[in-house]
Design a protein around this ligand. Sequence first.
Ligand SMILES: Cc1ncc(COP(=O)(O)O)c(C=O)c1O
Length: 429
Amino acid sequence: MTTTAELLERYRNALPSYLNPLHAEPISIDRGEGSYVWDLEDNRYLDWFGGVLTTMIGHSVPEVVTAVQEQAAKVMHTSTLYLSEPMIAFAEEIKAVSGIPDARVFFTASGSEANDTAIMLANQFQGSNEILAMRNSYHGRSYTTQAITAQRSWSVASMSGLNVNFVQGGYRLRSPFRDLDDEAFTQACVEDLVQIIDMATAGKVAALIAEPIQGVGGFATPPDGFFGAIGKELTNRDILFISDEVQTGWGRTGEHFWGYQAHGIVPDMLTFAKGVGNGITLAGVVGRKEVMDCINVLSFSTFGGNPLSAAAGRATLKYVLDNDLQGNALRMGQRLTERLSPVIDRTDWIAELRGKGLMQAIEMVHPGGVEPDAAIAGRLLDAAKDRGLLVGKGGLYGNVIRMAPMLAITESELDEGVDALIDAIEAIS
Ligand SMILES: Cc1ncc(COP(=O)(O)O)c(C=O)c1O
């Protein structure tokens, strides 16, 4: 039987060096069920990362598995050249939940491609290649999305053909405005935006793209209403707002179905990926008809709207709605915050707990300040794993632990994870 150690050697020999397993002692994942996964040696882990928020509702959820199996047996691929019921039905369902009036949906194969598409549409619609993005953002690995990503460790190059400026965003811990209260913080960021537009652009900006809660950036969370305040300045200047909901979508934040809904703004376009297919490749853009229709050449994404992924997406969305997983994310998220807060408050190497619903993170620093401590984050990641809990890493300096349990997590599974994490924190302290 193959072992984890053998797999590691094969991984090293077959994949490029910039791909790295998360843990110092890498683990394999052989199978999963609900909130749990098992490695090749049959060790069980509680999965609070879902392969980066992508297994969203639970592993091997029977309703999704059956939908995929049935569709696979029928037809797996058609393309948008033919009328495919799963694709059209799923587009209708996304239109209905998007909150964007009379929307249109374009399916893609990845979040990067979805953001590429949104930026291309904004450029075309506005006749401008000027884009605003937020500091500490992550929008993908294509050339275009690297150019709108503001994290040095993820940008190989800045060649994109776009003219990008980065404005102050919701990463408060390292913001020059960190000492301000919510209202003053938001106002300071709005003023920064206005200055950037007036001082650094040629005046005709196509769009601002932002994650309502920055995912790779370590779940950096601005105050509610932040994007509404930003949006007023955008509207005054006819600048489009693109909400990158790749991590925040489908109820994960608990309070709302989409991250943008905490802010009193409706985006012109929103992008989705990751959890929408509960692990099956699926992504896209949903936006205002006027903007979505602005392309006047042929445009097509081979795998976009693929019936197999559409079947997975439909079954996942149905499960989320039928089982009120947004409500569960709210309740379980509150429990997570309540149980972790006292421990974070008394741990001098953890600067803060932040995020919403089932999307929460802690940031590791050297005690007494905010100097990042990536080493201790790595130790905590492994200590949690040794106690049977898988969490993720992230943040600008790799010093943030990200927690993103399955949206269907039960109270006892949540408590099991919290107990493991607290034990790991106390062991390190
Ligand atoms: C907010 C956000 N946007 C876009 C992407 C890119 O998605 P993909 O990796 O599917 O290209 C990611 C991936 O982590 C993301 O977190």
